[in-house]
Design a protein around this ligand. Structure first.
Ligand SMILES: Nc1ncnc2c1ncn2[C@@H]1O[C@H](COP(=O)(O)OP(=O)(O)OP(=O)(O)O)[C@@H](O)[C@H]1O
Length: 599
């Protein structure tokens, strides 16, 4: 409970700091809307008593004008009540935008600063899923829950004044019949939280199959292998499993609640009976009977609402655990204080050095690289080769600081790569990953994203497109560089995988960094495009320090030097001619195996 209370306090602090004016407007409306129901009740009582009084007068003395002021007053209060309801909706909507923007920013900033490793680690997927799902709506709900609670408290306190006029015991009875339901709900909230936490994986699997069935990325293969019915079956089976245990929880709660509701109804009618009896005895007026009946009925529903809100708040605060757990994740990139960050060496004089680098992924202790020592000289172009799974892409990820070596260090001109200001590094390293992104934005933006920190440079964009050979394709579109690419949006134009790869290359050319990292840059290109591109890669890598991962001989031959990553975590390096001339080299064995296979 204490933890929940603290969570709520933190969220309210966030909300207040993000929107003090809207919070005050909301608060004022809450007070008004807390008092108005009671005023309405009193006006009904007043009206009934006035009507009764006038009706009891001899016919000649009856004067309807007596009732008119009360009617007008009731009308005004009614109008204020209705207007305040509309204003409250508007203010809530507006403030919910501010709250949602605030938390989106908090989460987006956090997620952008997180180490890349979290995204590839299965253990964190469920935490991300829960945090991102909960964070979107729980904070607003907590704020409005607290606001509603205050409104209920104001109304109930005033209502309690009326109800004690019937009998002091009425309040106790009301509390006794509503408290058990609230306790049942509190227990259910906790169970629901534990259920959701323990079943995140199941819920994610259900969503995964839903995506496999519905998302465009999978549509081709799902049809080609006729996987639709299999996935639908799995989806329904898992969803049913997920829903059944959730329904069982709800059923248990409903059973307990129903029992308590029966007792509540009995107590309720006993109090109604008491009021009716006092009216029968002439102790109270008909107006008072109406007032008490309505106050009792409203008091009961407000009290239920209030305790329901307490349970809701408790539930929301439990779920906030997910958000806070997520916000507490380490931001590896921030471990180096901004003041001690170094600049990227410009120009690079010595080159890149791997000093005793060992690496395994956080989710698996198997070494991918072990005691790796190698240098890539300034201005040198090396081809990184090796069998599938040898660790080539991993090495590219390390050079991009997506991971840090478990042991050893990678330096540029002696400066640890991890001490360099990330912004400076991004500006100096051009990269194309094996699994590059197909951005569904315009062709121009697709290229500009290579250096989005600076304004678009039209001439450079066109040059990068021409150098990667995608210019003719883009110019062939009706809207040229303004054409939205992909299949997601109306009026878009789709390109072939090879064309997308050329575009991704244009993006990395546009970045124009001192270091160029290309992970299988020509894997989807046809022989002509590849030949053309190799010529250009040779030009842009001249004078730049480049690492090119490739399985293609044509690309490998182009490099100044070849680094072969072997399965036993050792490396072999030399020029193409040196490695081929050495019959014992791993590289020449690879080539031999290849030519035997072709023969
Ligand atoms: N995120 C990850 N978590 C755990 N292990 C991983 C992860 N990514 C890759 N691996 C493992 O690391 C090893 C090296 O993978 P990497 O992608 O670097 O190989 P590669 O040489 O680029 O292969 P390919 O030629 O197929 O592209 C593989 O055994 C792979 O299973």
């Amino acid at each position: 409970m204490r933890k929940s209370f603290n969570h709520i306090k933190v969220i309210l602090g966030y909300v207040w700091s993000s929107s003090p004016v809207w919070s005050m407007a909301n608060g004022a409306l809450i007070v008004v809307r807390g008092i108005l129901p009671l005023m309405l009740l009193y006006l009904v009582k007043l009206l009934v008593d006035e009507i009764q009084f006038v009706a009891d007068l001899p016919v000649a003395e009856r004067d309807f004008d007596r009732i008119i002021p009360v009617l007008i007053f009731a009308g005004v209060v009614f109008l204020i009540n209705a207007l305040s309801a509309s204003a409250s909706l508007l203010v809530r909507e507006k403030q919910s935008y501010v709250i949602s923007d605030f938390f989106d920013k908090l989460i987006h900033n956090k997620i952008s600063g997180l180490d890349y490793g979290y995204f590839e680690h299965p253990d964190y997927q469920s935490l991300f899923y829960r945090a991102l799902n909960e964070a979107s709506f729980r904070p607003s709900r907590i704020f409005y829950g607290v606001m509603g609670l205050i409104q209920n408290l104001i109304t109930l306190t005033l209502m309690a004044g009326i109800l004690t006029q019937v009998h002091w015991a009425v309040l106790v009875i009301l509390l006794l019949i509503t408290a058990p339901v609230a306790l049942i709900r509190l227990r259910h909230s906790r169970k629901l939280f534990i259920y959701k936490r323990d079943n995140t994986r199941l819920e994610r699997t259900v969503n995964y199959y839903n995506r496999l069935i519905t998302a465009p990325d999978y549509a081709k293969e799902v049809r080609a292998f006729d996987l639709g019915s299999l996935f639908r079956e799995r989806y329904l089976k898992l969803k049913d499993q997920w829903r059944q245990s959730r329904f069982a929880l709800l059923l248990a709660q409903t059973r307990r609640e129903s029992l308590v509701q029966v007792l509540a109804a009995i107590a309720f009618f006993a109090v109604y009976g008491m009021i009716a009896y006092r009216a029968f005895e002439g102790e109270i007026t008909i107006g008072e009977v109406v007032l008490y009946f309505m106050a009792l009925q409203r008091g009961y529903s407000y009290l239920q609402e209030l305790l329901g809100r307490v349970a809701g708040l408790y539930e929301d605060s439990l779920f906030l655990d997910n958000l806070f757990e997520f916000l507490k994740l380490d931001e590896g990139r921030k471990t180096v204080a901004t003041t001690t960050m170094k600049s990227f060496p410009a120009p690079i004089r010595k080159g890149i050095e791997f000093r005793d680098v060992s690496f395994h992924y956080p989710s698996n202790n198997k070494w991918i690289l072990r005691n790796l020592n190698l240098t890539i000289g300034a201005g040198e172009t090396v081809a990184l080769v090796g069998a599938n799974g040898a660790g080539k892409s991993t090495l590219i990820k390390l050079l991009n600081c997506l991971y840090k070596p478990v042991e050893g260090d990678i330096t540029i001109d002696g400066v640890s790569l991890y001490d360099i200001d990330p912004k400076d590094r991004v500006a100096n390293v051009s990269v194309i990953f094996q699994d590059f992104i197909l951005y569904n934005v315009t062709a121009r933006e697709n290229i500009w994203f290579g250096k989005a920190g600076q304004p678009e440079d039209e001439a450079l964009i066109r040059k990068a497109a021409a150098d990667s050979g995608i210019d003719k394709v883009i110019e062939g579109f009706e809207k040229g560089y303004d054409t939205t690419l992909g299949v997601l949006f109306e009026g878009s134009r789709q390109m072939s995988p090879g064309q997308w790869q050329s575009l991704a290359l244009a993006r990395s050319f546009y970045n124009n960094g001192q270091i160029i990292l290309l992970d299988e840059p020509t894997s989807s290109l046809d022989a002509f495009m590849e030949a053309r591109l190799l010529k250009y890669i040779r030009t842009i890598t001249r004078g730049r320090t480049s690492v090119i991962v490739s399985h293609r001989l044509s690309t490998i031959r182009m490099a100044d030097r070849i680094i072969v990553l072997k399965d036993d975590n050792t490396v072999e390096t030399g020029t193409y001619d040196e490695l081929v001339a050495n019959p014992n080299s791993h590289f020449s064995n690879m080539l031999q195996t290849l030519s035997d296979a072709i023969r």
